[in-house]
Design a binder for this molecule. Sequence first.
Ligand code: CU
Ligand code: CU
Length: 387
Amino acid sequence: MSTASYTSHASARKDEGLSPLVGIVSILLGVLVVVLGFLAFAMWADSHHARDAARAAAASAHTAAAKAPASAAMGSNLGDLTSYAGAAPANAAELAAAHQPHPATLPALQAGPVAHVHLVLKDVTIQVAPGIKYAAWTWADGAPGPVIHVRQGQTVDVTLTNKGAIPHSVDFHAARVAPNMDFRDVNPGSSFHFRFTANDPGVFMYHCGTKPVLMHIANGMYGAIVVEPKAGVLPHADRNYVLVASEWYLSSDGLGKPAQFNMTKAHARQPDWMTFNGYAGQYVAHPLTAKPGQTVRFWIVDAGPSIDTDFHIVGTILNRAWVDAGLNSKPLHDVQTVGVPAGGGGVFDVKIDKPGLYPFVSHAFAAVDEGQVGVLNVGNVQGTMSH
Ligand code: CU
Ligand code: CU
């Protein structure tokens, strides 16, 4: 159209005094405008229909995809975005005090060239916050699964036993193996066995990799494996704590009957609870401990399934940080906050001289409000955090 009007304008200027010709040209241009207009409309209508058709196809594909996982465990109800964040029974404080915190201390190494790991999957009801029940899929009767601690170069001998209702599997980020062979689905009532050599030092996630992975991770099927470098490679640490960050998406408040997984919230990344080691605020009620001047090493895995954790300790600075647990690289020094991506790990050393209560958080503060917070008590200080 702009070309036509430019031509018309130029012709009128150039052909001054040739009015009959100008008239004919004008008529022809007028016809051209009508034809072009019609063509443009036809093309618009065509593309509009094509777009509608594409949208309809995408919507039905999305619905089908969304229904497939849901039908496995939840009928056709994917849930809505109603938040149950912060739900609490009247005796929440007593329940928090009585809760046995998930052990955060790094367990001992297994001697010898082979470390044996037996992961037994069970469908169990757990608590993800004081009084909040959740129908989970777990190893070792809780989420996260057991911390596996091996030495670089050790062979990890894994047995997966499925005592649940549907197929499951286990995917080790520390392994260099063919996933179609070793991370295969295991049917209910069956066991599967494979080995890998832990050649890469760091802290790695392991998790169920059965589809929909989002749901299997969100339901509690994750844990951490620490692959410690050869003795003497890392500076000495006096305490070693393992924290697995994760989020929970609930179908109900979980105060009465156990909540189940809500796919709609998981897709929207709108969790109800976020935790270290599976239970909101457990290390606030039961702090981790250190003596003044000790080096404390945090081995952090972010299990997600979808949200990163931004690790920060209030009142101090991380002396050393091996980002994404790259223990073959030199650490960063003196950093305030380090991101640990979903599916990643980080190793952080901190040395605190002054006695006190030092909260550790994901500094993405919505995570703190939803429970991803704990306290490091340095020097056996009495009292609680006022903020
Ligand atoms: Cu699974
Ligand atoms: Cu993975």
